[in-house]
Design a protein around this ligand. Structure first.
Ligand code: TEU
Ligand code: CA
Length: 563
């Protein structure tokens, strides 16, 4: 296991998690899709980077309607990715590198091709009917309520066979599981225990804060002229959520000796509730993925771009740092398979791509919490240069495009949103080298490879000590050995400064000060140095600025002082 600090109460507080989107990571059989064997073949690279945990996006049996987030067998592997034997080998080989495997748990919904749903929809009196959420049409024949789906349209799909609607917050091939049913919950816990017994080290839990819906499923607020109402407040952080999370903890984790990693993806969770959920005394989750910071550049919905505002970012992340403080624990992320690539989104992916990628990584990793690195982030991979809707494959994008067309909406504005925020930006194949298709596959990749892979790839960076890769490698290594980085408190500095991101971390008499120039300009600042015995710990220019009460920072320069 990872060599951790003395006072480290649990291994994942000094660990870095690497998220793999298997479909786009490495293809070993030439079908154009990444696979488990590709991950096994790249364990050396991941061990060299120094990551401690691999979180795999779903590789279970699935019709792939939502790229695997629609599961038809929780205890078998889709042939697209390989077999259970491959996963057993991955777990064993990863352990040889002191790397743990965390699976993606998608239990707010299953696939409509899961045998549970096939049985449930077969008849109204099937024993599994109540494992999903069925409702009759309203008196007037309308849908049971006015909620809109995350993937456009209504959340209700009519079933001709039994003459009722079923609920799906996401696609109609992702029917919501009914967590009010104790037999369903039991089946989920049994499946989770089966995976832990197989050697996985925990779970990332997909939209886990949506599993408790407000009883009666009442209509949501509906603005005049809108086709649907907003059901989100009636499905997020619902009345029995803490009860279900504590029951899951009791049934799956509490009786085991070792510590596992549980991170709940919680759209719409507020910091106050996250403090309760991640407080170990409450026996629910170790950490959550919150969405406040990744919402600061989105106006009226996901596709409506607002200019980046550093003050908003500092206010959001700073609040989560102080609110969760000593009681809770933060996850730290910029990227994942749903978010655009951060160096394009909030860095400078042209003139200052490498410097801004290193600054973004440093600012994030020196916060208090467990950092998550998304595949390719360690290389400074960028968004894809989309020019046509035909290049997108994500159903979230394509459904919205169809909806805009259907309402004679502004397709050009929508295209800007897809280019900026489309999930396909994060899902283009990993850049292993500068060869055709970036060494990802010897076949035709399922999604086009970014043309800039000849300038941005692992082979070139692993050999370059000044690369983004090696900068991330240093950040990951520091977390394992620097007690202030891992356990220090957090105090924001320069709160109202539109260009400088700065903060201190302190633990006993030790501390660190991070100063980052989040802009394309030179900046000059004066401040009271927190210590007169500080040394430079890490910086992203060849020469570090002197440690003094006056400091000049070049574009995208970041420096960390340590005492
Ligand atoms: O994402 C849930 C979720 O909140 C996302 O739909 C997010 O709101 C949106 O993608 C932001 O653009 C999880 C998975 O991460 C996502 O890949 C799945 O599509 C979704 O749940 C359904 O399982
Ligand atoms: Ca393959």
């Amino acid at each position: 296991m990872t060599q951790s600090l003395g006072e480290n109460p649990v291994w994942w507080k000094t660990s870095t998690v690497y998220q793999i989107y298997p479909r786009s990571f490495a293809d070993t059989n030439g079908d154009g899709f990444g696979d488990v064997r590709g991950i096994i073949d790249r364990l050396g690279y991941l061990a060299h980077l120094g990551v401690d945990v691999l979180w795999l996006s779903p590789i279970y049996k699935s019709p792939q309607d939502d790229n695997g987030y629609d599961i038809s067998d929780y205890q078998d592997i889709d042939p697209l990715f390989g077999s259970l034997a491959d996963v057993d080998e991955l777990i064993a080989r990863a352990k040889e590198h002191n790397i743990r495997i965390v699976m993606d748990l998608v239990v707010n919904h299953s696939s409509d091709e899961h045998p549970w749903f096939v049985e449930s929809r077969s008849s109204k009196d099937n024993p599994k009917r109540d494992w999903y959420i069925w409702r009759p049409a309203r008196e007037d024949g309308g849908r049971p309520n006015n909620w809109s789906s995350f993937f456009s349209g209504s959340v209700w799909e009519w079933d001709e066979g039994t003459q009722e609607y079923f609920l799906h917050l996401f696609s109609k091939k992702q029917p919501d599981l009914n967590w009010e049913n104790p037999d369903l919950r039991r089946a989920v816990y049994d499946m989770m225990n089966w995976w832990l017994d197989r050697g996985v080290a925990g779970f990332r839990m997909d939209v886990i804060n949506l599993i408790s819906k407000v009883p009666g499923l009442p209509d949501g607020e509906q603005a005049p002229g809108d086709e649907f109402g907003n059901g989100f407040p009636l499905t997020a952080n619902g009345p029995r959520l803490t009860e279900f999370l504590q029951e899951m903890h009791r049934e799956v984790f509490a009786h085991r000796d070792e510590a596992f990693l549980t991170v709940g993806e919680c759209p719409g969770i507020r910091a106050e509730f996250a403090t309760e959920v991640t407080n170990p005394a409450n026996a629910m989750l170790d950490m959550v993925f919150q969405f406040e910071h990744v919402g600061i550049d989105q106006g009226n919905g996901k596709w409506d771009e607002l200019p980046f505002d550093l003050l908003k970012l500092k206010s959001s992340l700073g609040y989560w740092q102080t609110q969760l403080g000593e009681e809770g624990w933060n996850s730290l992320y910029w990227n994942n398979h749903d978010q655009p690539r951060i160096v394009s989104r909030w860095g400078n992916d042209a003139e200052y791509r490498e410097l801004s990628a290193k600054l973004l990584g440093t600012v994030l990793h020196f916060h208090r919490g467990t950092p998550y690195v998304y595949q390719g982030e360690e290389l400074g991979m960028t968004n894809f240069p989309f020019t046509s809707i035909d290049q997108f494959q994500d159903l979230e994008t394509l459904n919205h495009h169809r909806e805009v067309l259907g309402h004679n909406g502004d397709v050009n504005a929508a295209m800007n949103g897809f280019r900026k925020f489309g999930r396909d930006n994060a899902r283009t194949p990993m850049h292993w080298d500068g060869s055709v298709d970036a060494g990802f596959s010897r076949g035709t990749p399922w999604l086009a490879v970014n043309p800039n892979h000849q300038q941005i790839n692992a082979a070139q960076q692993v050999g370059d000590p000044n690369s983004v890769f090696h900068f991330y490698r240093r950040l990951i290594a520091l977390r394992k050995t620097d007690r202030v980085m891992a356990f220090g408190d957090f105090t924001m500095w320069f709160e109202h400064d539109p260009e400088v991101y700065g903060f201190t971390r302190r633990l006993d008499a030790e501390g660190l000060l991070l100063l980052a120039n989040w802009s394309n300009n030179d900046v000059h600042r004066t401040f009271e140095p927190p210590s007169d015995s500080a040394v430079t710990l890490i910086h992203n220019y060849p020469d570090a600025p002197a440690i003094a009460a006056e400091i000049s920072l070049r574009p995208w320069e970041v420096v960390v002082h340590r005492w």
